[in-house]
Design a protein around this ligand. Structure first.
Ligand code: G3P
Length: 268
């Protein structure tokens, strides 16, 4: 069954959406956060110190405040809470590894979000060997989905990883829609691969912008959906009859479809 996660950095939004979900016989299962969303929440209290302190101090302070927010969210939802390492194009694998090792100590339900880059794959190798749950984020293509699954299969071949959570793969559908490519097609492709190949990570539908994304995700029985509060405010308040008749196709009718790609048979 598809589980719902809230994409936010604001504990008040988690409380509100968890309550709304319950009122509509749904469950807000988990959370995704990222430094940008948390910064939005923190900007008020930090504004003063950002202007006065050095960048280093500010980053340390931001890391500590991120921890406080994540721990608050942990108390609101029963499931996994993704927290992201800070990474830009210059961040090395070792820097991501040391951040992830710190973040994972916060709570056993924290899942580490890593970008899907070469450096992050190096970090992923080390972190998965340490049995740390990973959410591969910023996924835009079928090839990235396949690469993450192959990576995971190679790691699992070294020995079983008994985590509460399988790793996640997060295709960013809204960002693809933004450039007129049908982002949901990547999710649908990934779910087909899961049903026909040795494929263990969970697919997490991310960068959700509209109720139609949720409808298409549920139709494909995607493992997890993370959406912002405003989309859940719309989706959870629809009646079952209204959900059934949501037109999930028209919005994407002018988007470029992705070419269905059959990956080469790889034995790991
Ligand atoms: O979960 C991913 C999300 O935070 C990105 O969403 O709307 O910035 O593409 P968006």
């Amino acid at each position: 069954m598809t589980q719902f996660l809230l994409d936010s950095g604001d504990p008040d939004e988690y409380r509100a959406i968890a309550t709304l979900a319950k009122q509509h016989q749904e469950v807000l299962f988990g959370a995704t956060t990222n430094p940008t969303l948390i910064a939005k929440k923190l900007l008020g209290p930090l504004r003063q110190s950002v202007s006065e302190a050095s960048t280093k101090v500010t980053q340390e302070k931001a890391f500590e405040l991120q921890k406080q927010i994540v721990l608050e969210i942990i108390n609101i939802v029963p499931g996994p809470v993704s927290a992201e390492v800070y990474a830009d194009e210059k961040t090395t694998a070792n820097e991501m590894i040391s951040q992830a090792r710190e973040i994972t100590k916060w709570h056993q339900r924290v899942v580490i979000k890593l970008p899907t880059t070469i450096e992050a794959f190096k970090a992923r190798t080390v972190l998965r060997r340490e049995k740390i749950p990973i959410n591969n984020t910023l996924v835009f293509s079928q090839q990235q989905v396949l690469a993450i699954n192959l990576h995971e299969q190679l790691i699992q071949k070294e020995g079983p990883i008994e985590n509460e959570w399988q790793p996640f793969i997060s295709p960013f559908v809204g960002r693809l829609d933004d450039i007129n490519i049908d982002g949901m097609a990547v999710v649908e492709w990934a779910m087909r691969q899961k049903r026909t190949h040795n494929f263990t990570p969970l697919i997490l539908l991310a960068s959700v912008r509209r109720a139609e994304h949720i409808k298409r995700g549920l139709d494909f029985e995607v493992d997890l959906i993370t959406a912002p509060a405003k989309v859940y405010q719309e989706w959870f308040t629809l009646t079952n009859e209204q959900k059934q008749v949501v037109d999930a196709k028209s919005y994407a009718s002018n988007f470029k479809p992705i070419d269905y790609w059959e990956p080469p048979r790889c034995t790991v």
